[in-house]
Structures are given as structure tokens and as C-alpha cells.
Design a protein around this ligand. Sequence first.
Ligand code: ATP
Length: 329
Amino acid sequence: MVKRNKIKRIGVFTSGGDAPGMNAAIRAVVRTAITYGAEVYGILRGYDGMIYDDFIELKSQNVSNILQRGGTILKSARSMEFKTIEGRKKAFENIQKHGIEALVAIGGDGTFTGAQKFSQEFNIPIIGVPGTIDNDLFGSDSTIGYDTAMNTVVEAVDRLKDTADSHNRLFFVEVMGRDAGFIALNTGIATGAEGILIPEIETTVNDLKITLKTNLKKGKTSGIIIVAEGDQSGGAYEMARKVKEIDNSYNTRVTVLGHVQRGGAPTLADRILASKLGFYAVEALFLGKDNLMVGIQNNKIAYVPLENAIKHNSEIDHDMLRLARILSI
Ligand code: ATP
């Protein structure tokens, strides 16, 4: 048996954009901590709740029947005040007031940037759990919510393909991804999209025109172009407009999937990922680890310094883009 540090009370919170599976992670944190003999306090609305003293004790029964629900029972927020030292001081005073000795932060890169500062300034152990649909954190093959968001996109695009085909329409479908094209790339492959536009690679309207012309010659009169919201062309509306400008004969339509990608019941993959990461996050705290993000790499648990998780971007697999082009001819 590994020697465990004694921690009497843990705080857990969700922060930044919500992601399906966050509830499964909260449940795993609460039940693992209770099993190891600690109490758990949930902090509402992320760092804002820490500053405004919004804490609730979470017992095992408080997290029953939430595993399958999207969103986060602890609510989430983007806190401007936490970015100031005064805000973080207030947050720490409340943490101390409630006797919390360690924290589990569920969120994305912004959440971890704040966590890292907080941990260094006030010497409180923090473990990060990657919860973001963007999958843009270094150190975990997947982040909580990513799989669910992609499944939501695939379901929507499948529906759009039916109508695109019936009316010979060219659909530009905008998906989430301000800085990262993972959702666009994978859903593009999974739906057989004719074009995939991601922030990491510039696609000009001329590049797209060549693809569309080749398709037309082969008799493809409808199509799907998946556009990540952060694509360099300026998003789906902008690219559709540019295509129309070049050739007005295209029957274009734009669908922005927006926040539907954040909601819904987490998939099996996200439930398992969230359960594992919540469990290992608490285990890490009890093993005396600190300032790390827990991730899964090649099916194994991995610990990455929070600093690396934020600084190094997860990279797009360029071979996947090549594959997408070949398979959609
Ligand atoms: P997502 O990837 O889903 O957007 P995120 O965790 O990156 O999630 P952000 O809004 O970027 O979401 O960050 C969440 C919160 O973390 C911010 O509202 C803020 O309170 C805190 N935070 C972000 N950057 C900093 C910083 N430089 N210093 C202190 N706190 C920060």
C-alpha cells in the first residue's frame, strides 16, 4: 500500500467553458475523496464562487444521478476578478476560512493558468482535470467533453447532408475551435466533408475553389465544408461569402452549430475519461503531488506540470488532413 498524505478537506470547482462529463468528474472526485477519509466542498461558479464565498459541502448522495448529465452542477464562470491579486487574496481567505487544504480544478487552459498562479502565491496544492471540448491541452490524448461535442457535430452534419444532397446545396458548417482545429478535423473525416478549414492551416478561397471545381467535374453537386470558428478565413459566413463572390452559381448555406456542441449527455468515452481523471486527481493529492494536470496518454494515467499543459499546444496531425482529402475525392 502506498503511503498517503493526510488531507482533511478538498475543494472542487469547474471553470471556463462547460463541457459534458464535468459532472462525472465531480462525482469521481467526491466519492474518491470520501473513500480516502476527506470531506469535499464544492465551489460554485469557479473562481467567482471562491471570491464571493459560495461553498457547499458535497456528500456522496449530492453527486448521485449526475454522471449522465451534461453541464456542471457546480456551475461555471469566467472570473475577471481572479485575474487580479486582490481577487486571488479574497479567494484564498475563503479557502482558509473553510479549512480547505487542497483543490481540484476542472477546466481548460485559462483555469490552469489561474490555478498555477494561485498555487504558487498561496502554497496550496492543486491538481488540474482537463475539462474542455476543445481538446487543446498538452498532456492528455483527450479532454473531458471533446468526444461528446464531436458526436453532436457528427449527428448534426449527417442531417445537413440529407438536405444538402436533396437540394444540391453547399453547406458551410461552423464548429467550435477558436484556436484549435481538432473538432473540425475529426468531424470532417467522420462525416466525409469535402473541405475542412482549421486555424492551424491557412486555406484560401482559391484552394477551396480548386477542390469544389474538381468535385463538380466528378458530378458532386452538393457538399459539406466544416469550418472551425477560429479559421483564418474568418469563419463559415465569411468563407461562404468569398466563394459566392468568385462563383455565384454555388447554392451556399451556412449553419453555425454554436452552443449545442456544449450540451447533452456525455458519451460513454467521456464518462469513463471523467471518472478516471477525477479519481486520479484525488489520488494524486493524497500521494503528495501538486501543481499537475492529470491526463490519459496511450491509455495510461499521466501527470503533466500545469505549466506544460498550458504552454505546449497539442498539435494537429497533418497526416489526418491528407487522409481527409484523399477519402473525400
Ligand atoms: P475553455 O478552454 O473551455 O475556454 P478555460 O479554462 O480556458 O476553458 P477561461 O475563461 O480562459 O476558460 O479561464 C477560466 C478562468 O480562469 C477565467 O475566467 C479566470 O478567472 C481564470 N484565469 C484565466 N487566465 C488567468 C490568468 N492569467 N490569471 C489568473 N486567472 C486566470
